[in-house]
Design a protein around this ligand. Structure first.
Ligand code: PBG
Length: 322
């Protein structure tokens, strides 16, 4: 048979497949999410997230050594305080849980990049990402607290502030607050496109942040839309975001692709807890090949256009990509 084009030629061997490859994962692409709790000597697996731990500050410091050795460039820290209240005070205390962790960690690991998730849901007794007034999440009251928390995280040493609350105008308010305190050098990685998603379930178990009433649909985005995502990114860029993010990742590859094509900004994707545990759980049952499925999913996220991948698989990926 005479065929002018034979695409299979480029698939004949691993050598030629590698040569023709369009997308390659690199450990430099990753940010590893970590959960910090109060106390000491704590390193406890989160039941819904196999392999992911709650660390007290002392154990976190030990684990960061492994993160650095694995070649992962940075982490994003989430705090789980002992005490929660109506207004999420713990988010902006100078000895808040993430602030304490940052102070120690920055001293010990000056080369690692530290992002701090900025949201109130881990710190409020009701589990919502904002301040409640008249039974509603009040946007503008929340902004004040977020600005204070951002400054306090920057003071503690955060290189990147990552607001994940989805209040309108928060990037601008945070930028202004940081700049007014001479933190002009700290970057904002905005969770610009954050959908109200069922894939956050395991994280909420881990953070004890399931809302006590209602849901997050009045602030997180409705997943039926794409144009709204582009509008949210535009706003965050106008307000001063340095890095934009789409979250979750796998059910939103179309959004990632469109954002990558449209905006000339570093684009992050958050491969969230539910996406992680589906693969982990199926692998534990022997139903799926963990390494194969995870690398395929992570590559898809990069192929769609993400430049930065926030993933609980980062440590595994570091081994697999060696
Ligand atoms: C805080 C926050 C959440 C996640 C990241 N930051 C939870 C939520 O919005 O309910 C989810 C991360 C994950 O599922 O891995 N607002």
């Amino acid at each position: 048979m005479e065929l002018a084009k034979r695409p299979r030629r480029l698939r004949t061997s691993e050598g030629i497949r590698k040569l023709a490859r369009e997308t390659s994962l690199n450990i430099d692409d990753f940010i590893y999410p970590m959960f910090v709790v109060e106390g000491s000597g704590i390193e406890k697996e989160i039941p819904s997230m196999p392999g992911i731990m709650h660390y007290s500050v002392d154990r976190l410091l030990r684990e960061l050594e492994n993160v650095q050795k694995a070649g992962i460039p940075g982490v994003i820290l989430f705090g789980i305080p002992d005490e929660k209240d109506e207004t999420g005070t713990g988010a902006f205390l100078s000895d808040g849980i993430v602030q304490k962790a940052l102070r120690e960690a920055k001293k010990r690991y000056p080369e690692l990049l530290f992002s701090a998730d900025l949201c109130l849901c881990e710190y409020t007794s009701h589990g919502h990402c904002g301040i409640i007034k008249d039974e509603k999440i009040d946007n503008d009251l929340t902004l004040d607290i977020l600005a204070r928390a951002a400054v306090s995280l920057a003071e503690a040493g955060a290189d990147i502030i990552a607001p994940s609350d989805m209040m309108d105008g928060r990037v601008g308010v945070i930028r202004k607050a940081l700049d007014s305190q001479a933190f002009t050098d700290r970057a904002i990685m905005a969770y610009s496109v954050k959908y109200a998603s069922s894939f956050y379930g395991p994280f909420r178990d881990a953070a004890g942040s399931t809302p006590a009433f209602g849901d997050r649909k009045t602030y997180q985005m409705d997943y039926h839309g794409r144009k709204e995502a582009m509008r949210e990114i535009e706003l965050d860029i106008a307000e001063g975001a340095d890095i934009i993010m789409v979250k979750p990742a796998l059910a939103y590859l179309d959004i990632l692709h469109q954002a990558a094509t449209r905006f000339d900004y570093p684009l992050a994707a958050y491969n969230v807890s539910g996406e992680y545990c589906m693969i982990k759980a199926a692998a534990q049952k022997g139903w799926i090949d963990e390494r194969g499925a995870a690398l395929e999913a992570l590559t898809a996220i990069k192929r769609a256009g993400a430049q930065i991948i926030i993933s609980y698989f980062a440590k595994d990926a570091a081994l697999w990509l060696k």
